[in-house]
Design a protein. Structure first.
Length: 228
């Protein structure tokens, strides 16, 4: 179920992405194969889970939001659930780098549970607008050591109990794997747009989620051509 609105901010982001991100660098969610050990279909057993990924008791933990998540939350009327801004790393001399340091997070309840987590039912009541990372977890993209080819897999370190009869859930597993690829692409797009086009993002309406220009990476000077 996808109830995320694709409104003004999402459309602005899409335009920037088309202008600045090379599509050749993005993975195709429909062709990246799923490769679990032994060829197994591994499905998390969320109803019987006690280590729920929706609980974040540590103050610095929580669901990190991509630019696309921010845009969808704003467009879906949930701007109030976006906490914090993107920030950039600095080198030892204090120069601002084009690498993302902090990211905005999804709001939490006082006890650390995700804002959307309903403890009495153990369910997400924002399921239709949940961020991409929630859609793909516990699947991720990995790369083969020799060829560098991408594949998706169940995350080995996850605390998830799993269902015995995973094969019956092939369609849900395929969707999580596709969302893992989407999440990988979104991370790449964020690195390009935040690292190299932060002022264009500000103009597109992301200003509330960005630091002031003095704390953003310098925009590279356009390269002069012979004709100029
Ligand atoms: S995805 Fe894993 S950790 Fe999260 S609720 Fe389901 S089983 Fe638990
Ligand atoms: S948005 Fe939903 S799935 Fe994601 S952490 Fe919150 S409650 Fe869990």
């Amino acid at each position: 179920m996808d109830e995320r609105n694709h409104g003004k901010l999402s459309q602005g982001l899409e335009r920037l992405s088309k202008a600045h991100v090379d599509p050749e660098e993005l993975l195709d969610p429909d062709t990246v194969p799923i490769k679990n050990r032994g060829g197994e279909w591994i499905m998390p057993d969320c109803p019987s889970c006690t280590e729920r990924c929706c609980l974040h008791p540590e103050p610095d933990s929580g669901i990190l939001l991509s630019l696309q998540d921010v845009a969808h939350l704003v467009d879906s009327g949930h701007a109030d659930l976006i906490v914090g801004t993107y920030t950039f790393k600095r080198n030892k001399r204090g120069k601002i780098l084009d690498e993302i340091d902090e990211m905005p997070r999804l709001a939490k309840q006082d006890n650390g549970d995700c804002h959307f987590y309903e403890s009495t039912t153990g369910r997400c009541h924002g399921y239709g607008v949940r961020p991409t990372i929630c859609r793909r977890f516990p699947y991720e993209v990995s790369y083969k050591k020799k060829s560098g080819k991408a594949f998706t897999r169940f995350i080995g370190w996850s605390q998830c109990p799993t269902l015995e009869n995973g094969e019956e859930h092939q369609e849900s597993i395929r969707q999580m794997a596709r969302d893992a690829v989407v999440d990988e692409n979104v991370s790449f797009e964020d690195a390009v747009l935040l690292g190299e086009h932060v002022e264009a993002l500000r103009q597109a309406g992301f200003g509330a989620y960005l630091p002031p220009p003095s704390e953003c990476p310098a925009v590279p000077e356009p390269v002069a051509t012979d004709a100029e």
